[in-house]
Design a protein around this ligand. Structure first.
Ligand code: SAM
Length: 343
């Protein structure tokens, strides 16, 4: 059941919705949540599963056919498989994925698969325990690896690893991470360090670019071939001589705004059209205020058709690039945080 998607001002379709189910996280990654204190969303504002499901129905009627559950850490949301089940029953969704840090995956993998989740992305930035602790403030390489193994055993056959590469932090680990991904038969995607809200320690010097990554991999593993494919996925894919494939998400140095069909719903129902957007549309207020399905659909159409966002491109053009949002502003407006908006 395919709905003709509405298009924005740059003719980009509304196709992919990332839903943050909680702003809470059980890790404190230095590129995302490096501060000691955070302002959390009020509990009463967090959308119920029924509210999320109702909004997804409105989105699918406007063209959305892919949903990714994220956060914060989505597996911290109580009874998450119930939401997965509600969403998996919607015929309009051809893709239902989840991004997790993997800490709670061992316990939940089977339930998530049984509830109907299609795909999993697990974040893992290093295989070195001491480095992991420096990056996240917790010990956990083997916990994440066990989570990946549990997901495989449960029967997930589309699992990816996402790895943020930061110069001077883990840029010496690309080959080990590639080898690890190959050993468990999972595709890895290397992500450039982005200057999104929350990345208060970001600097251009710390960005290990797509070109740097390809150079490092080629030096060790020989020629790398780009895979030619038409896709709205954020990663460009490559193949090594041994057949292994991997991806690179180069939002910082080679943004892909022109094909971006993604938008984001925060756990409290604010809808953002771009990871870099300063303001969002309050769908919770409309929903709880009694807006009809048609009124919500009209609101979504009006907002999306006016969309001209291309945040990553504008950031690339910015001179003297610094962290996107100062910490004082983030403390006043937590919706600007990556962990609230959903990565
Ligand atoms: N807790 C889940 C996890 O760890 O995957 C989901 C939320 S997390 C915000 C989603 C993704 O955003 C992760 O893969 C994380 O690495 C990525 N991310 C967060 N901050 C980033 C940054 N400054 N640059 C690039 N990627 C970032």
């Amino acid at each position: 059941m395919s709905v003709q998607p509405i298009e924005d001002a740059l003719a980009r379709p509304l196709r992919s919705l990332r839903i943050s189910v909680t702003d809470r996280c059980n890790l404190r990654c230095q590129y995302c949540m490096p501060e000691s204190d955070y302002v959390w969303l009020p509990r009463k504002d967090i959308l119920t599963f029924e509210e999320i499901s109702s909004l997804v129905d409105v989105f699918t009627a406007s063209g959305v056919n892919r949903v990714r559950l994220t956060g914060g850490e989505p597996l911290l949301r109580k009874d998450l498989p119930q939401l997965v089940h509600l969403l998996a029953e919607k015929p309009a969704l051809s893709d239902l994925a989840l991004t997790t840090n993997g800490f709670l995956l061992t316990d939940q993998a089977t339930q998530l698969l049984e509830a109907g989740l299609h795909r999993l992305t697990v974040s893992l930035d290093t295989l070195q325990e001491d480095r992991f602790t420096r990056l996240t403030r917790y010990k956990g390489v083997s916990i994440v690896q066990n989570g990946l193994a549990a997901a495989k055993t449960a029967g997930f056959n589309d699992i990816k690893i996402d790895t943020v590469i930061i110069r001077g932090v883990n840029d010496d680990e690309l080959i080990q991470l590639l080898d690890y991904a190959r050993s468990i038969d999972v595709e890895i995607r290397f992500i450039e360090y982005m200057d999104v809200g929350g990345a208060t320690r970001w600097s251009t010097e710390n960005v290990f670019s797509r070109a740097d990554m390809l150079r490092a991999i080629t030096t060790e593993r020989g020629p790398v071939n780009a895979i030619n494919e038409v896709s709205s996925a954020p990663a460009d894919r490559f193949q090594l001589q041994n057949g292994q494939t991997f991806g690179i998400i180069s939002s910082t140095t080679e943004p892909f705004c022109r094909s971006c069909d993604r938008s984001r719903l925060t756990a409290d129902g604010l809808w953002y059209l771009c990871l870099y957007a300063r303001t969002g549309t309050d769908l919770r207020k409309a929903l709880r205020g009694g807006a009809s399905v048609e009124e919500l659909g009209d609101l979504i159409t009006a907002v999306w058709t006016a969309r001209g966002d291309r945040g990553a491109e504008l950031r690339l053009a910015a001179k003297d690039r610094q962290p996107l949002i100062p910490i004082e502003t983030l403390q006043k407006e937590p919706h600007l945080e990556m962990h609230t908006r959903g990565g």
